[in-house]
Ligand binder design. Structure first.
Ligand SMILES: [Zn+2]
Length: 81
């Protein structure tokens, strides 16, 4: 089984679907059993989504706005736990 540190290292590649299928399953196995890494992956995913959306929508990204939007999304996500 992967360690939390390994999952954290692979997280962004995992979200970009940039890992091999066996490795993907090992990460999923870990996520099924580890709430901390589930939360970590989810927040990372939100970060990536927000960052990508802002890059597409606006030519000059406002870092303050990105940060506020990110915090808001994380708050919304946290409430669902
Ligand atoms: Zn973990």
């Amino acid at each position: 089984m992967l360690s939390c540190k390994q999952v954290a290292t692979l997280a962004s590649q995992y979200l970009d679907h940039d890992v091999s299928t066996p490795l993907k399953w090992r990460i999923r196995m870990h996520l099924m059993m580890c709430a901390n890494c589930r939360r970590f992956i989810r927040h990372l995913q939100i970060t990536q989504t927000v960052t990508k959306n802002i890059k597409v929508d606006e030519q000059t990204p406002d870092s303050e706005k990105i940060w506020q939007e990110l915090q808001q999304k994380i708050r919304q996500e946290s409430k669902q736990d």
